[in-house]
Design a protein around this ligand. Sequence first.
Ligand SMILES: [Zn+2]
Length: 417
Amino acid sequence: MKALGKYSIGLGDRFGHQGNAQLMAIIEAGKKGIEITPVWNKSNREHITIGTEPGDVRKEADTVTKNLAFTKPYFVDADHINIDTVDRFIPGSDFFTIDVASYIGKKADEKEIQNFIKTVEKYSVKLQIPGIKEPFKISDSQLLEIAEKYLFAAKKAGEIYRKIESSKGKGNFVTEISMDEVPLPQTPVELFFILKMLGSEQIPLQTVAPKFSGRFNKGVDYVGDPLKFATEFESDLMVISFAIKEFGLPENLKMSVHSGSDKFAIYQHIGNLIKKHNKGIHLKTAGTTWLEEVIGLAESGGEALTFVKDIYSKSLDKIDELCAPYADVIDIDRTSLPSKNVVSQWDSTKFADSIRHVQGNKSYNPNMRQLIHVAYKLAALKMDEYFKLLDKNEKTVSKCVYENIYKRHICRLFEIK
Ligand SMILES: [Zn+2]
């Protein structure tokens, strides 16, 4: 079976230019004793916006690993696919994030629901999960509610999994199930029964991405109570361990956190808890590499700075259109966005500091950062010019990409000094 390592990180690279810098960060972590499996992920939405094909991500991953003589496993993730979008991802991907969000809440057949309830009735009086102090008491109505909410989605996940399996062959790819793009978080109890359903579908899932409490906006820090998150996260870890034994799920099944990048407030908690319980983790980051490209171009000055100022200016004109697809995962206070005129006067440092995620820096503006994060489409419209600038200023840009992944993400999560 193609197996994901204990630690893995999902790397987004919208324009396919930064794989080298990203891999350097992974290699550096390895030198410090933290082996991380790189997974390049790109969703259907990103491919459509930019006009790339899933095969392009495969090409990039194969090229950079070859160039840097990286001989350890790496993967290409068909990120957030469903039954309608999976096809074109099948040839080039060996990691599939099956997204069941759109199926949650749709009801399975009454008979299937009743059958499921029969198989889990034994847990309903008292569900004692090792590692969690208090047992859960689950009423019949609660159990029915869970079955009505999730069983159809689990069956759909089975259908998608089997579609991929029939084409790629059993054991030749990693399967993840994601449920993070929904309005409400799943509780540890819900996660337990969802894993039962996925086990019954015989999906050899290696990672599962629930939705946690709090907000995971793209490219900015966690919004919520980090301690509450830690309690929930730890319960979920215990649920996964127990479910592996109870439902015959793969031994290496682990938590996947679709972080949206930059969740600095909770990295330390995640790091401590996986260490405490000796667990693995898959940390999926968003395409914030694009933001690092913008920062690098701003730092480069001249025509590169002019280019990114123009992107920002246009993003203000098209703010509604750019934000719409990301409405659930961004929070932009429009009154805190600097005007075009103000920004046109800025130098390299001011522009870069405004969007680089360094909270102590007075210029840092999370609203501007989020807006530029969703504005990558505007660079895609001037792709030739954009790529020329990236190539010309490669050294500065790749340093930004590398430092972001290595210092701000990997070092914090794994407490590398
Ligand atoms: Zn996600």
